[in-house]
Design a protein. Structure first.
Ligand SMILES: Nc1ncnc2c1ncn2[C@@H]1O[C@H](COP(=O)(O)OP(=O)(O)O)[C@@H](O)[C@H]1O
Ligand SMILES: [Mg+2]
Length: 233
């Protein structure tokens, strides 16, 4: 018999606050995210979704409270362990953030080069992941020559090529039409089904309705609801 307490948390927040000056972006937020969970973070613009993600992937530090990533307390680690922890995350942004002057291949390869992988391994991995996202025919294209949906597919490839345990996506479909959005969502679901923990921030309830799953709602930096959303057919 497994119950809630047996679930393995990959991210834990205890009474986390994040202030920017006097502005409270996150207020007394406690949350457990389980290994291999697909979690949506929802709520209106300004609710704190991006801030919450940044706290998790170590782009911001909490003003108060504790955050544990894979059992490691972020407030108690030396700074030199931070890059190692960041490698647990693959991150997808609303505006893709590809390097315009590098090819599709190079944009994805860069993620592995910084880890010191061998060229042969890099080549194999990059081609394989670009095949998964359906961009294997555009290896030598540059981002400005791609549609938004194609750029986001490359960005997803870049996020997952290092096989991160956790994939974080901040409004990944915010700039896309519904068809391109569904392709991106289906890719994220595919990596989830292959074992990744996937966390998606979106204010788009339609997108969540098409997917179902656990949804937490933020309002004014507070967690106001944590629910399992049924898939609406
Ligand atoms: N770097 C920052 N400096 C000052 N205020 C910020 C900063 N980042 C976010 N905020 C504020 O924190 C609150 C939450 O913002 P954010 O996390 O971006 O919300 P969301 O992603 O849900 O739209 C907002 O009031 C926003 O103005
Ligand atoms: Mg945001």
């Amino acid at each position: 018999m497994k119950d809630e307490t047996d679930k393995d948390s990959i991210i834990r927040l205890f009474h986390v606050c994040k202030r920017y000056g006097t502005r409270n972006a996150i207020v007394d937020l406690s949350l457990d995210i389980f290994r291999n969970e697909l979690l949506f973070i929802s709520g209106p613009s300004g609710a704190g979704k991006t801030t919450l993600l940044k706290l998790m992937y170590l782009a911001e530090s909490a003003t108060e409270g504790q955050i544990l990533i894979d059992g490691i307390n972020l407030s108690r680690i030396p700074r030199n362990r931070i890059p190692y922890l960041r490698r647990k995350f693959g991150i997808v942004f609303q505006d893709y953030k590809l390097i315009r002057t590098k090819s599709v291949y190079e944009n994805v390869a860069l993620s592995l080069e910084v880890t010191g992988s061998k060229q042969k391994h890099i080549q194999k991995k990059v081609k394989s992941v670009l095949r998964t996202v359906g961009m294997e025919n555009r290896l030598n294209s540059f981002p400005p020559g791609l549609s938004g949906g194609e750029q986001q597919r490359v960005a997803v490839a870049r996020a997952v090529v290092g096989e991160p345990a956790i994939i974080v996506a901040d409004e990944p479909t915010g700039n896309l039409d519904i068809e391109a959005a569904d392709i991106i969502l289906n890719l994220l679901k595919k990596f989830h089904s292959q074992g990744a923990t996937v966390i998606i921030a979106t204010h788009d309830m339609e997108l969540i309705n098409r997917t179902g799953g656990r949804v937490i709602y933020l309002k004014d930096g507070r967690l106001v609801k944590d629910a399992h959303h049924p898939l609406m057919e």
